[in-house]
Design a protein around this ligand. Sequence first.
Ligand SMILES: *[C@@H]1O[C@H](CO)[C@@H](O)[C@H](O)[C@H]1NC(C)=O
Ligand SMILES: *[C@@H]1O[C@H](CO)[C@@H](O)[C@H](O)[C@H]1NC(C)=O
Ligand SMILES: *[C@@H]1O[C@H](CO)[C@@H](O)[C@H](O)[C@H]1NC(C)=O
Ligand SMILES: *[C@@H]1O[C@H](CO)[C@@H](O)[C@H](O)[C@H]1NC(C)=O
Ligand SMILES: *[C@@H]1O[C@H](CO)[C@@H](O)[C@H](O)[C@H]1NC(C)=O
Length: 345
Amino acid sequence: MTSPALILFSSFLCHVAIAGRTCPKPEILPFATVVPLKTFYDPGEQIVYSCQPGYVSQGGMRRFTCPLTGMWPVNTLKCTPRVCPFAGILEHGAVRYTTFEYPNTISFACNTGFYLNGTNSVKCTEEGKWSQELPVCAPVTCPPPPVPKFATLSVYNPSAGNNSVYQDTAVFECLPQHAMFGNNTIACTAHGNWTKLPECREVKCPFPSRPDNGFVNYPAKQALHYKDKATYGCHDAHVLDGPEEVECTELGNWSATPSCKASCKLSVKKATVLYQGERVQLQEKFKNGMLHGDKVSFFCKNKEKKCSYTEEAQCIDGTIEIPKCFKEHSSFAFWKTDASDVKPC
Ligand SMILES: *[C@@H]1O[C@H](CO)[C@@H](O)[C@H](O)[C@H]1NC(C)=O
Ligand SMILES: *[C@@H]1O[C@H](CO)[C@@H](O)[C@H](O)[C@H]1NC(C)=O
Ligand SMILES: *[C@@H]1O[C@H](CO)[C@@H](O)[C@H](O)[C@H]1NC(C)=O
Ligand SMILES: *[C@@H]1O[C@H](CO)[C@@H](O)[C@H](O)[C@H]1NC(C)=O
Ligand SMILES: *[C@@H]1O[C@H](CO)[C@@H](O)[C@H](O)[C@H]1NC(C)=O
């Protein structure tokens, strides 16, 4: 049985519905929800706007009732994203971000020589908090370096307690009689290991042999090793071709093999020549002969053009070839001009 009061009430509502217009589907505001959401509402029906999770409004919830005009009132609700705490600075690294708002993710990277202790990205959650603890950039460290066989550490300054940090270096030295192969300096890399270690190997050189017309001195030892030295000298009228001192190299041979070269006796009695750019009297300058390697220029005549030119001659191990064009000036032929006094061509 239906009560008369209810019938009366229902007919009243019916009357209002007929008298008023229905409201349309309400405007969808960004990041907001409407409850209940329908395609039309009868006058008197209520809707509630609220911001979606992760968004907040300044004025809180907004309730509206569908008016008899069938037009929803203007809604000023604004939902804005929650903002997570500032996280734009990472010491010894960089943060990639657009904003710190929900629902963005920001990411982290460390400079070379540092590693990320923690996560490489965090998300700003609905609650306006970072999803995980923010990371830090910690320095990469290298443990104390291993020391190669037959080597010693000559320079080593661990700068992080007992460890080294990126770009720290250590320097090795080989024991005496040993030569180093590779770089004597190693560096702590960004991977936390050291660059390639050098090697130290024992190196022996053969005893040097005595040069003809000379001598060689070296330490009186069982064997000659890397960095040992030998000195050479020559007997009278001979000069050393090569350095006076040689050294046993890392390749197990001597840095040079000097020899003794003979001086040159001069077959020319008298001549003006060029020696190191200066005019000298051959017989005076080289009274005791020319040394191996010495060079002089002789003057020659060009008969057709009546001028002079020079040709070079060098003393090589006791022999000097006098240029064919050179004519020794005879002191009897006093009326002739010496080639060195004729104008140059
Ligand atoms: C890495 O982070 C954890 C937690 O924050 C901390 O306990 C630890 O000491 C850090 N390690 C380094 C090497 O910084
Ligand atoms: C360095 O190493 C020594 C010996 O292993 C140790 O006693 C010392 O505590 C270490 N120092 C640091 C800072 O780690
Ligand atoms: C040896 O290594 C150091 C440090 O890694 C580097 O600076 C240097 O250039 C290297 N020297 C040679 C000869 O390779
Ligand atoms: C150091 O570590 C890196 C990465 O693990 C590796 O590629 C490299 O070969 C290592 N270097 C040396 C000298 O061991
Ligand atoms: C030493 O020996 C190496 C290889 O056997 C050779 O290439 C080099 O020229 C030699 N050095 C000298 C000064 O003879």
